[in-house]
Design a protein around this ligand. Structure first.
Ligand code: FES
Length: 106
């Protein structure tokens, strides 16, 4: 289990619990976090699960793989901390993770 904080672009905060092995995207959908659309269902084929990882978490979360990098090209307002949340798998190591949802997807 890991506690994850989602902050929306208009500063709503969602503190939720993510199960080990689930993805950050699945956790957002399960908890009705607004702004995560996840149109492809987690196949790394849509970029509508884009989030910004908090600076302090970047090292633990790690960098995107090549396929995710390619898909991020289709995301709106990509930043150095951008990740596709369907590609971040939860483990105890990510307890306390904080991400921000972009103003819009795509
Ligand atoms: Fe489609 Fe993440 S849900 S890329």
């Amino acid at each position: 289990m890991a506690k994850i904080t989602f902050t929306t672009h208009d500063n709503q905060t969602f503190n939720v619990e993510g199960e080990d092995g689930a993805t950050v995207m699945e956790t957002a959908i399960k908890n009705a976090v607004p702004g995560i659309e996840a149109e492809c269902g987690g196949a790394c084929a849509c970029a509508t699960c884009h989030v910004y990882v908090a600076d302090t978490w970047m090292e633990k979360v790690g960098s995107p793989e090549a396929m995710e990098e390619d898909m991020l090209d289709f995301a709106y307002d990509v930043r150095p901390t951008s990740r596709l949340s369907c590609q971040i798998r939860i483990s105890d190591d990510l307890d306390g993770l904080a991400v921000t949802v972009p103003e819009r997807q795509g």
